[in-house]
Design a protein around this ligand. Structure first.
Ligand SMILES: *Cc1c(COP(=O)(O)O)cnc(C)c1O
Length: 372
């Protein structure tokens, strides 16, 4: 940051961070709850708070068991490992987190190839899956697993409809394939649709959920499935280095979040729509997709207006942080630490800054590469 930036930022009383829903900080009440949590050694399976969380989460999704792990990535990669053998293949949507944003985990950790299926809307329908199972022949990998994502991050935080998931489940079962759901933001789908956890849970053999995104916990995810699957998952968690000791301290944050931070996601969705409406009012900005269903707002910048970095920088100067995710592509995300005032101010700044086209172009170039 150069000194003039500092002066500009100083005028901004408060920064609104819309880069991701992972930037939330534990609230004072959450911290108190964490402080008071009874703990034990969870590798010995003796942490009462972790037990309570695992039981609650399993029950919430109508499954037998759950396992607390450090991250959503680990939950997904443990699932891939327990559902497959080396040389197997999994089917996934081409822009899914498991395929794109987990550092090549299926190949590196499980010896599994991904068959990414490109879609224009992120929806892995049975129509699109049909015909993608390899014939039973020694030349081919063995198709073993379908991975879904709900809400779908790259598809704009879109909710994958329950009926689609039910259809995929039926199709997969009839072909002997397992179904895993990356439900990092399944909470958002639950609140957006009113369809409860057990109904989503019924469509899958395993699912992962994150507590460290919209729910506002500092860390932690759960993998959910049958007792047998979770017993294998426990061994893989140890193998991947995810066995934790007095993990009740962080499991308590997840328990607190489950109790207090699920229903309020509706507020994040309202705030996201407010920001999306402001963006839709700006010439040269296109919402992708045009409809915002949950807390993610993805949008494209017309080169006439500038680049994604120009937009990121112009908003940063006004105390609004968003993410440029490609040359012309941006993302803004609402979450627990975005108040109604913050959301209103973000919408106001976006309208004011992005509607004055001439001030945007080239702004992002003034900064040193990698300085953000
Ligand atoms: C964030 C995210 C994850 C997991 O991320 P971690 O940072 O490893 O917790 C998994 N899937 C999706 C769709 C995500 O957005």
């Amino acid at each position: 940051m150069n000194p003039s930036d500092g002066a500009e930022m100083a005028q901004t009383s408060h920064i609104v961070d819309l880069r991701s829903d992972t930037v939330t900080r534990p609230t004072p009440s959450m911290r108190s709850f964490m402080m008071a949590a009874p703990v034990g050694d969870d590798v010995f399976d003796e942490d009462p708070t972790v037990h309570e969380l695992q039981q609650k989460v399993a029950q919430y999704f109508g499954h037998e068991a759950a396992l607390f792990v450090p991250s959503g990535t680990m939950a997904n990669q443990i699932a891939v490992r327990v559902h497959t053998r080396p040389g197997d293949e999994l089917l996934c949507e081409a822009s899914s987190h498991i395929y794109v944003w987990e550092a090549g985990g299926p190949a590196a950790l499980s010896g599994v190839t991904c068959r990414p299926l490109a879609t224009d809307d992120g929806l892995l329908t049975v129509d699109r899956l049909e015909g993608k199972i390899r014939p039973d022949n020694e030349h081919y990998p063995r198709t073993r697993l379908v991975c879904l994502e709900n809400t779908h991050n790259r598809a704009g935080g879109r909710v994958v409809p329950l009926s689609l998931m039910q259809d995929v489940r039926r199709w997969a079962s009839s072909h002997g394939l397992a179904v895993h759901l990356d439900g990092a933001r399944l909470w958002n789908a639950i609140v957006a649709t009113g369809v409860d956890g057990a109904q989503w849970g019924e469509c899958v053999d395993s699912l992962s959920v994150c507590f460290s995104k919209g729910l506002g916990a500092p860390v932690g995810s759960c993998l959910v499935g049958s007792r047998e699957l979770i017993a294998s998952a426990r061994r893989v968690r140890k193998l991947f280095g995810g066995g934790m000791r007095q993990a009740g301290v962080i499991a308590a944050a997840a328990l607190f979040a489950l109790e207090h931070h699920v229903d309020r996601l509706a507020e994040d969705h309202r705030h996201a729509r407010l920001i999306a409406e402001a963006l839709a009012d700006c010439p040269g900005v296109k919402l992708t997709p045009p409809t915002v269903e949950t807390n993610l707002v993805w949008f494209e910048i017309d080169p006439e207006l500038g680049t994604a970095r120009d937009v990121q920088e112009a908003l940063r100067r006004e105390g609004i942080l968003i993410l440029s995710t490609g040359p012309q592509e941006c993302r803004a995300v609402t979450h627990l630490d975005v108040s109604p005032t913050d959301a209103a101010r973000s919408a106001e700044v976006i309208r004011r800054v992005l509607r004055s086209t001439r001030t945007i172009r080239g702004i992002g170039r003034e900064r040193l590469p990698g300085s953000d």
